[in-house]
Design a protein around this ligand. Structure first.
Ligand SMILES: [Fe+2]
Length: 286
């Protein structure tokens, strides 16, 4: 029987989910966080350690780390976990290759391998994945990024940044290769066509208007109440709204480090002769 435990990183409003089988003790982790302090440019394993504490306490066996996409607002903790458990696999939708190619050019990273090789598993749309006793279906839900995937496990759907809680809306679509039109299709034709009672778990909750943390909704609730895209929203309305809204949004605080690390599978760039790893900061004139 499956159970779920969530972990919330207050710095980046990110939810990490641990799904575990109470009988076999197999578990998988979705979207782990590697904490990064921008002012000192230091990483810490605080969030990963919280997860590891739970895994340890319950004698769980980590099988697989799933990324819903290459996040632009936090660093992935996947490689930190891989160093501790070299046998685990890290998986992501195979369209990550498009994202790698795009950002390889944007950041001018000639050494970046853009074949997806940093990940152990590159999923196809509708691919069924087995992690010990846990069965997962990967459903591509592009829009926020082209490589976004949702993961269906029993009646739980982990949607990444495609959808947020109904009072907050949907993911932004203004990153390179993002598309509000694609996100509309992903939500209305893929997520909204799942059974109404399917539980939806979001990758972020921004605690709008000071409300308490909420991260689980249902297909029925989203279809009825999502403030940006519900069952009565037309594609034209949504695309117009989303594009206008995205033009006003600020760049995520950790965009530059997050993208460079996450398209590299959660790895920092190789250390230089002085044993320090460096990230790039592009500078442009207005
Ligand atoms: Fe994201």
């Amino acid at each position: 029987m499956l159970d779920l435990r969530h972990f919330f990183d207050k710095e980046t409003y990110t939810l990490t989910y641990l799904v575990y089988d109470k009988d076999s003790l197999d578990c998988i982790l979705i979207d782990p966080v590697w904490n990064y302090d921008q002012s000192s440019s230091t990483v810490s394993e605080r969030s990963v350690n919280e997860v590891l504490g739970f895994i340890d306490k319950n004698s769980l066996r980590l099988q697989l780390v799933l990324e819903t996409h290459a996040h632009a607002d936090h660093l992935s903790g996947a490689q930190v976990l891989k160093k501790k458990f070299p046998e685990i696999k890290i998986g992501i939708g195979k369209r990550i290759i498009e994202v790698q190619k795009t950002f390889k050019e944007i950041f001018n990273l000639p050494d970046l391998n853009s074949s997806g090789a940093q990940f152990d598993l590159l999923f196809d749309d509708n691919e069924e994945i087995k992690a010990g006793s846990i069965n997962i279906k990967c459903i591509f839900t592009p829009g926020h990024t082209p490589a976004c995937a949702s993961y269906l496990i029993d009646d739980m759907l982990f949607v990444g940044d495609a959808l947020f809680m109904p009072d907050y809306g949907t993911g932004r679509c203004d990153f390179p290769l993002g598309s509000s039109s694609d996100l509309y299709e992903s939500i209305t034709k893929k997520i909204f066509t799942l059974p109404d009672e399917t539980k939806i778990y979001t990758c972020h909750d921004y605690l709008p208007n000071g409300r308490e943390l909420r991260f689980q909704t249902t297909v029925a609730e989203c279809k009825k109440n999502n403030i940006q895209l519900n069952q009565s929203t037309s594609k034209r309305e949504y695309v117009e709204f989303r594009n206008k809204r995205d033009a006003m949004l600020k760049t995520p605080k950790l965009l530059l480090p997050s993208i460079q690390v996450n398209i590299n599978g959660g790895n920092l760039p190789n250390v230089e002769e002085n044993n320090v790893s460096y990230l790039k900061i592009p500078v442009r004139s207005k």
